[in-house]
Design a protein around this ligand. Structure first.
Ligand SMILES: NC(=O)C1=CN([C@@H]2O[C@H](COP(=O)(O)OP(=O)(O)OC[C@H]3O[C@@H](n4cnc5c(N)ncnc54)[C@H](O)[C@@H]3O)[C@@H](O)[C@H]2O)C=CC1
Ligand SMILES: O=C(O)CCC(=O)C(=O)O
Length: 485
């Protein structure tokens, strides 16, 4: 089955596309043109979840008995299908949440690569032999699946984030109950179509759509769950942690960022400007790793600011399907309102708006805003503290690298951070002292590599890591085995 534009997206339960008991739907509006519904998303209820839970439990028993390589074969098949359908999936993503078509294609290709990476993990070791104090015994560890795992995903990476949670969950023998963000559920259904086409056993992976506050909460509270993995806002993440602790199940959270970039006086100007544009404004600034605070040493401040504003003025804003477009719209009405309110707050609190923050004249009837560049931003201002999740850059001028580092660390978040410098001493100070899970030198703050651990410090995550070999830590439990004849 392949859903067509404008259709109602059904739940994928026990290997079948299934209507919700509720009969209620919400439109998934195209952010590039508010008059278009990309599809209709069901408001599923607990009764829908109950059916899926029974199927998940039964399916997991058989799935865990398959060998790792056999589970990997299914993931290889899904990867091949997703690769064949790459343009179609990417176009759905662009139409549904607004990122440009080349970015959507890149993300979908990343989804293919993640599936292949974890398919390969099915062949790798899942334990260690440990010398016992008893010379006649054999002691070793093995990894066992958690059981049924819930995946709650956001709308900003509708393919990569679900896949980097679902693929490791499956390869290590878990069954998955997947609740995508409603703003990206048409794209999520495309991923499910690939699993369906690969004939993954019924019940092993299931998708149910619905409102976060209702279905999401019902999922976390469901007794069938043995673990929950979440990416999204801090507010929701904290609630999930509380519910998971109350029930004694494992949880993993990846949440917000307020990512700084430090531009040292000796930085390569063009490199720093281009990386700030790309890290701060690609995907309309809607990445948890997006550059938000730009901390610049006074020796290079004026040149950097002028060149940055010059380049921002050149960026073409428009429909992500238009090949001329550099930056698409905000993903939803609420995201758009949030971004505009932060821009207003920045001005009210005394920052200087150098450029942008307006509705572009030539753009269509969508959630478009021109990228905003502020200067004279001070650490106590709201735009220097809170995650905006939009195309807004806050310039902060400093004298010394020590001051830059102190300001960079003056945040409740600690996800990603970059420095631009040619000085090895600056690099080492930054690497050692920056409180962030991802630190990058002469590279933009956004962008993660699927084979490396990803996660934040402070309020940015549950202090766990996703992706790469780190994923095994969350999706399995260690069993220590002692054998003696
Ligand atoms: N770290 C990241 O990558 C992301 C951060 N955000 C931040 O969150 C802000 C708001 O975006 P939202 O889409 O509203 O994020 P959100 O945290 O509300 O939504 C993320 C996911 O959680 C679900 N959800 C919502 N309420 C829930 C609940 N009570 N229980 C269980 N699941 C629930 C949603 O349906 C969605 O699937 C953004 O402006 C941004 O600052 C949003 C998306 C991704
Ligand atoms: O920068 C990236 O590629 C990943 C960002 C991310 O995980 C997020 O925005 O949630």
């Amino acid at each position: 089955m392949a859903f067509k534009a404008g259709e109602t997206i059904l739940n994928y339960i026990n290997g079948r596309w299934t209507a919700s008991v509720s009969g209620e739907v919400d439109a998934s509006i195209s952010p590039a043109d508010k008059s278009l519904a990309v599809g209709y998303i069901q408001r599923s209820k607990k009764a829908d979840l109950d059916g899926a839970a029974v199927a998940a439990k039964a399916a997991q028993m058989a799935w865990r008995k398959l060998s790792g390589p056999a589970r990997g074969e299914y993931l290889y098949k899904v990867a091949d299908i997703l690769e064949r359908r790459l343009d179609e999936v990417a176009e759905t993503m662009t139409r549904e949440m607004g990122k440009t078509f080349p970015e959507a294609k890149g993300e979908t290709a990343r989804g293919v690569a993640i599936l292949r990476y974890y398919a390969g993990e099915g062949m790798r070791k899942i334990g260690d032999v440990i010398p016992s104090t008893d010379s006649e015994a054999l002691m070793f560890t093995s990894r066992v699946p958690l059981g049924v795992v819930g995946v709650i995903s956001p709308w900003n990476f509708p393919v990569a984030i679900p896949i980097w949670k679902i693929a490791p969950a499956l390869i290590y023998g878990n069954a998955v109950l997947f609740k995508p963000a409603s703003e990206a559920a048409v794209t999520a259904a495309k991923i499910m179509e690939c699993f369906d086409e690969a004939k993954i056993p019924a019940g092993v992976i299931q998708m149910i759509t619905g409102k976060g506050s209702e279905l999401g909460q019902a999922l976390i509270d469901h007794p069938v769950l043995n673990g929950i993995t979440f990416t999204g806002s801090n507010q929701v993440g904290k609630r999930i942690a509380q519910s998971a602790v109350a029930r004694g199940i494992k949880y993993q959270l990846e949440m917000g960022g307020k990512n700084p970039v430090i531009v040292a006086a000796d930085a390569d100007l063009e490199q720093a400007v281009e990386a700030t544009l790309s890290g701060g404004l690609k995907s309309t600034g809607q990445k948890c790793t997006a550059t938000s605070r730009v901390i610049v040493q006074s020796g290079i401040y004026e040149a950097f600011r002028n060149r940055l504003v010059e380049r921002v003025q050149e960026l073409k804003i428009g429909d992500g399907m238009d090949p001329q477009t550099w930056m698409g719209p905000c993903a939803s009405a609420s995201q758009y309102e949030t971004v505009l309110s932060y821009i207003q707050k920045g001005q009210e609190e005394g920052a200087t708006l150098l450029f942008g923050g307006t509705v572009p004249e030539q753009a269509g009837d969508g959630f478009y805003v021109t990228p905003a560049v502020f200067e004279k931003v001070t650490p106590e201002m709201t735009i220097a503290k809170e995650e905006i999740f939009g195309p807004v850059l806050a310039l902060i001028q400093v004298e010394t690298l020590e001051e830059a580092l102190q300001l960079a660390n003056d945040s409740e978040f600690g996800l990603s951070a970059s420095i631009f410098t040619k000085n090895i001493g600056n690099m080492l100070s930054f690497i050692n002292d920056m409180e962030a899970g991802l630190v990058r030198v002469n590279a933009e703050s956004a962008g993660v590599e699927l084979q490396a651990p990803f996660g934040g410090m402070k309020q940015s995550s549950s202090h766990s890591r996703e992706q790469g070999t780190a994923a095994i830590e969350f999706f399995t439990a260690i069993k220590t085995v002692f054998i003696k004849s």
